[in-house]
Design a protein around this ligand. Structure first.
Ligand code: GDP
Ligand code: IMO
Ligand code: MG
Length: 421
C-alpha cells in the first residue's frame, strides 16, 4: 500500500495534471483534497485534451476511483459540466466518482464578492481567478458556509436565507446588486438533484482502502508558494497547498503519506499578482516568447521567469518531497545559455525564502548561474541517455540543489512524452 501526494513546487501550473494522469495507472484511488475550480490541470492522452478543474486528473485510468475530499470547494455547475464532458469523451465516471458531503459550495455571492474585493483593492489586487475561492473559504472558517450535507434537510434553505441577508448588505455596500433567494434556492436544489448520486461520505472508503492496502494518489491543486501560510502572502490562494492538507481535506492520517512527488517546471511561471523573483520582463525577448503560456482556468497570460532553485529547495524541504518530476525540459531546447537562480542575498548576507516576506522577496538580490543550453529537439527522447549532455547536466544540477532525485522528465505535453528514470 502506498499513499502518494503530488504537489507543485512553484506557483502552480507545474504540470501536475499530466503527472497525475501518468502516475494513475498504478493507483486504486485518485483524490483531490484542497482548492476548488481555480485549479486548471491539463491532461493530454488517448482520450483527447482536457482542462480539468475539479475531478481528479487520475480518473482516466480505468481502474481508479475518484474522490473529491471535504477540503475542496465546489462550483456545482463547473462540476456538472466536467462530469458531462468526461462521460461524453468515454470516461465513464458514474459509480467511480465520490464527492464528500463535507465539501463546501461556491455560491453566486462568493463569485460576486471575489470580484468586488478585487476591484476595491485596485492596484493592490491579488489577481484571483474570480471563482469565489477566497470568499467561500472565508465563509467556511467563519461558520457561514453551505455544504452538500445541508441539502438532506431544510438546513440549506435556512442557511441560504440567513447568508443572503448578510451578503446582500455587503454587496450593496460595495456597489453591487442584491441577489434573489428564490432563484438561487431553486438553482442549487437543481444542482443537488444532479450531483446526489455522487455524494457519499468518504470516511469508510478511505479507511477501508487503507486497511486493504490500496494505492492512493493525492492530487494537490495550486503550488507551494500559493499556500496561505507558506506562500507569498497576501498574494496566495485561500487553501493549504502542502501535502499535510490531505490529512484534513480527505481524511488521510498523515503517517500514511510516504511519498511526495514534487512537480517542478524547468523554468518558472506565475499567474496573478505577487513577487516572482526571476521574472523576465522583456516581452520581446526570445526566452519570454518561448516560456509563454496561457492559463488553463482563466485564459490569462502567465508571467514567466528563470528556474529559481531556492524556491524548489524550499518546497522540497517544506513538504518532505521524496522525488521530483521535472516538466517542460523540452521548452528550454534552442537556448545557447540558461540562467538559473541559485540563491538570494540581502544587504550582502545570504537569505532563504523563509527569511523574507512577500514584499521583502521583491527586494532580495538574486545570485544567478549561467549554464550551457542545448540545441537539439528532445521531445522524442524516452531515456535519460538520449538527452544531450547539457540537458543531463541541467537535471543533475536541480537534483543536487534540491537534494531530491528527478525520477520523471517531461519532454512534451502528452502523457507518453515522459522520461522515466
Ligand atoms: P497544472 O495546473 O500543474 O496541472 O499545470 P497546467 O496544466 O495548468 O499547465 C502546465 C502546461 O504545461 C499545460 O499546458 C501542459 O499541457 C503543459 N505540459 C506539462 N508537462 C509538459 C512537458 O513536459 N512539456 C511541455 N512542452 N508541456 C508540458
Ligand atoms: P493549478 O492547480 C496558478 C492564483 C491566482 C491568484 C491567486 C489567488 O492549476 O496549479 P484564487 O482564485 O485562488 O483566489 O487566486 O492564486 N492561482 C493559481 N495560479 N495555478 C493555479 O492552480 C492557481 N489557482 C489559483 O492566479 O494569483
Ligand atoms: Mg494549472
Amino acid at each position: 500500500m502506498s499513499v502518494t501526494a503530488v504537489i507543485g513546487s512553484q506557483w502552480g501550473d507545474e504540470g501536475k495534471g499530466k503527472a497525475v494522469d501518468f502516475l494513475a495507472e498504478q493507483m486504486d484511488y485518485v483524490a483531490r483534497f484542497n482548492g476548488g475550480n481555480n485549479a486548471g490541470h491539463t491532461v493530454i492522452n488517448e482520450f483527447g485534451t482536457f482542462k480539468i478543474h475539479l475531478v481528479p486528473s487520475g480518473i482516466f485510468a480505468k481502474n481508479t476511483i475518484g474522490l473529491i475530499g471535504g477540503g475542496v470547494v465546489i462550483d456545482p455547475q463547473v462540476l456538472i459540466d466536467e462530469i458531462e464532458m468526461l462521460n461524453k469523451a468515454g470516461i465513464g465516471v458514474d459509480g467511480r466518482l465520490w464527492i464528500s458531503p463535507r465539501s463546501h459550495l461556491i455560491m453566486p455571492y462568493h463569485k460576486i464578492l471575489d470580484g468586488l474585493y478585487e476591484e476595491a483593492k485596485g492596484a493592490g489586487a491579488t489577481g484571483t481567478t474570480r471563482r469565489g475561492i477566497g470568499p467561500v473559504f472565508a465563509d467556511k472558517v467563519s461558520y457561514n458556509g453551505i455544504r452538500w450535507s445541508d441539502f438532506t434537510s431544510d438546513v440549506f434553505e435556512s442557511r441560504l436565507k440567513m447568508q443572503l441577508e448578510l451578503k446582500n448588505k455587503i454587496i450593496v455596500a460595495l456597489g453591487g446588486t442584491t441577489l434573489d433567494y428564490e432563484s438561487i434556492c431553486a438553482e442549487y436544489r437543481g444542482y443537488y438533484e444532479k450531483l446526489k448520486p455522487y455524494i457519499r461520505e468518504l470516511f469508510n472508503i478511505v479507511q477501508d482502502g487503507l486497511k486493504e492496502n490500496k494505492n492512493f494518489l493525492l492530487e494537490q491543486a495550486m503550488g507551494t508558494f500559493l499556500d496561505t501560510d507558506w506562500g507569498t502572502y497576501p498574494f496566495v490562494t485561500a487553501s493549504t497547498t502542502i501535502p499535510s492538507a490531505a490529512s484534513a481535506g480527505l481524511g488521510i492520517p498523515p503517517r500514511h503519506i510516504t511519498r511526495v512527488i514534487g512537480v517542478t517546471k524547468a523554468y518558472t511561471t506565475r499567474v496573478g499578482a505577487g513577487p516572482l523573483p526571476t521574472e523576465i520582463h522583456d516581452t520581446e525577448s526570445e526566452v519570454y516568447k518561448k516560456f509563454g503560456e496561457v492559463a488553463a482556468t482563466t485564459g490569462r497570460v502567465r508571467r514567466v521567469g528563470w528556474l529559481d532553485l531556492e524556491i524548489v529547495r524550499t518546497a522540497v524541504q517544506l513538504s518532505g518531497v521524496t522525488e521530483l518530476c521535472l516538466t517542460k525540459l523540452d521548452v528550454l531546447s534552442g537556448l545557447d545559455e540558461i540562467q538559473v537562480c541559485t540563491g538570494y542575498t540581502m544587504n550582502g548576507k545570504d537569505v532563504r525564502y523563509a527569511d523574507v516576506d512577500a514584499y521583502g522577496l521583491s527586494e532580495v538580490k538574486l545570485t544567478y548561474k549561467t549554464v550551457k543550453g542545448w540545441s537539439e529537439d528532445i521531445s522524442k527522447a524516452r531515456s535519460f541517455d538520449e538527452l544531450p549532455a547539457n540537458a543531463q547536466n541541467y537535471v543533475k544540477m536541480i537534483e543536487e540543489a534540491a537534494e531530491a532525485p528527478v525520477k520523471w522528465i517531461g519532454v512534451g505535453p502528452e502523457r507518453d512524452a515522459t522520461i522515466r528514470r
